[in-house]
Design a binder for this molecule. Structure first.
Ligand SMILES: [Zn+2]
Length: 129
């Protein structure tokens, strides 16, 4: 796996930023499950679930990309959610922040799939030429 330059990604580590990338902290998340919870760990987990040799034994096969982000994964059918990479990444992310921040986050609102850290859009890694 290659971790690209942080330009265009915007999210740092858990409680730790670097260069132009903001740290993700409890006080910055708010009351709902939100794109602000995104960390590099979320992306790593998402990508790991695509690795057949890593996840095939428990899941039966590698995951695919059916939907992204908090609302996207919650709107999937159970069948699609089971094979969706972001479903696992967001489950773990919500569980992590719930424990660390000792907060029971409310369901995401429609606007919570966007992220002010990434200029109110969906964070993404830009492919460079
Ligand atoms: Zn994916």
């Amino acid at each position: 796996m290659i971790v690209c330059d942080p330009d265009g990604f915007g999210h740092g580590g858990i409680g730790k930023g670097y260069e132009t990338v903001e740290a993700v902290k409890c006080e910055n998340i708010g009351p709902t499950v939100y794109g602000k919870m995104e960390t590099m760990g979320l992306y790593m987990m998402h990508e790991y679930t695509h690795w057949k040799n890593l996840v095939a034994p428990p899941l039966g096969k590698e995951t695919s990309d059916e939907a992204y982000r908090p609302n996207g994964v919650r709107n999937l059918t159970k069948k699609k959610a089971k094979r969706n990479a972001d479903s696992y990444a967001w489950f773990a992310t919500e569980d992590f922040w719930t424990a660390v921040c000792q907060t029971n986050y409310q369901d995401p609102q429609p606007s919570n799939d966007t992220d002010p850290i990434c200029k109110f859009g969906v964070c993404r890694i830009e492919k460079r030429s």
